[in-house]
Ligand binder design. Structure first.
Ligand SMILES: N[C@@H](CCC(=O)N[C@@H](CSS)C(=O)NCC(=O)O)C(=O)O
Length: 303
């Protein structure tokens, strides 16, 4: 069953904002020598969509936590009277920074959501709930973790009049989901996919613990992410090499793992030889309760 998750129902507002140059910011200077013309490059990467009302009303920030190389994403609907906002994959160590930004920007945080049960850092969700009591935590039902709201494929998570659609993308963990900005005239264009650890830039999440499965990850990426428009922006939960954003079209062309056939992919994944995340024994139990166990006894700055 598809559900719409909206904490504060309100009538839609009419918009008369001028279209900004967000597209130029998203695609600063794509210029690869193998493409002899702009049109060839465009057909490989996906044609540009017309900027929507949703693009100008969306406030978007990519935030970084350097110890675990984790990205947290802040999204808000600036056209909504309350400027409702969500945080995707907050980290405990950077909660104060994130909440101070939210305060500076005059946003109302309504959801702290996770793409999955992380193994390398403790989620900031528990701390955030302690500091801003109305905030609700969100995670997938399949994660079997504790949270206020459990989501499944097809659910829409509203913040103001904008929404994130839930796509089930297991493989790195059983409960991994990808949150994708809405499809519609008043939603951001190009779309944005918050892929967690399912799809990384020129890589993907490991599949050797937490119910990981290479076959599932391959299927998830090909059926749930590579079927999005090619100009969809890909925002992962981690990057270890300094990349910040990619597109579906770019990953379909250049991802060294997911451009392979499934058998070759499985072989690559079986031979990654990565050491276990340093924090795994602390992070997984903490994240199974959305970081709430850490609340007691922790010294936190009031926001
Ligand atoms: N060295 C880091 C952990 C690095 C790591 O294993 N990253 C994960 C995502 S966090 S569980 C991963 O899937 N990496 C895929 C890859 O190809 O690097 C630490 O000790 O925390």
């Amino acid at each position: 069953m598809r559900r719409m998750i909206r904490l504060h129902p309100y009538p839609s507002s009419s918009l008369s904002r001028t279209v900004s140059s967000a597209r130029a910011l998203a695609f600063p200077s794509l210029c690869f020598s193998k493409y002899s013309s702009v049109s060839k490059l465009r057909s490989a990467m996906g044609s540009y969509c017309t900027l929507s009302k949703g693009s100008s009303r969306l406030l978007f920030r990519q935030l970084f936590e350097k110890e675990s190389a984790t990205y947290t994403y802040l999204l808000a609907d600036l056209a909504h009277p309350e400027k409702q906002a969500v945080l995707v994959d907050p980290v405990d160590k950077t909660v104060d920074r994130d909440l101070s930004l939210i305060k500076d920007l005059g946003l109302k945080l309504i959801y702290a959501m996770n793409t999955h049960v992380h193994a390398d850092h403790v989620t900031g969700t528990g701390l955030i709930k302690g500091k801003i009591p109305g905030v609700k935590s969100i995670i997938s039902k399949a994660s079997k973790s504790k949270a206020d709201v459990f989501v499944e494929a097809g659910d829409k998570i509203y913040f103001g009049d904008l929404f994130l659609e839930v796509r089930s993308t297991p493989g790195h963990t059983v409960g991994c989901v990808t949150y994708v900005t809405g499809d519609g005239p008043d939603q951001p264009c190009p779309r944005m996919a918050f892929t967690g650890d399912t799809l990384l830039i020129r890589g993907c999440g490991r599949t050797d613990f937490q119910g990981g499965c290479s076959h599932q990850l391959y299927k998830s990426v090909h059926s749930q992410i590579f079927t999005l428009p090619k100009d969809t922006l890909v925002y992962p939960a981690h990057d270890y090499r300094g990349f910040t954003v990619s597109t579906v079209g770019e990953e379909m062309l250049y991802n060294p793992r997911l451009t392979k056939d499934e058998e070759s992919f499985k072989e690559i994944m079986a031979n990654l030889n990565l050491s276990y995340p340093k924090m795994i024994d602390v992070a997984v139990p903490a994240n199974m309760v959305c970081g709430l166990q850490d609340l007691i006894g922790r010294q936190t700055e009031p926001v």
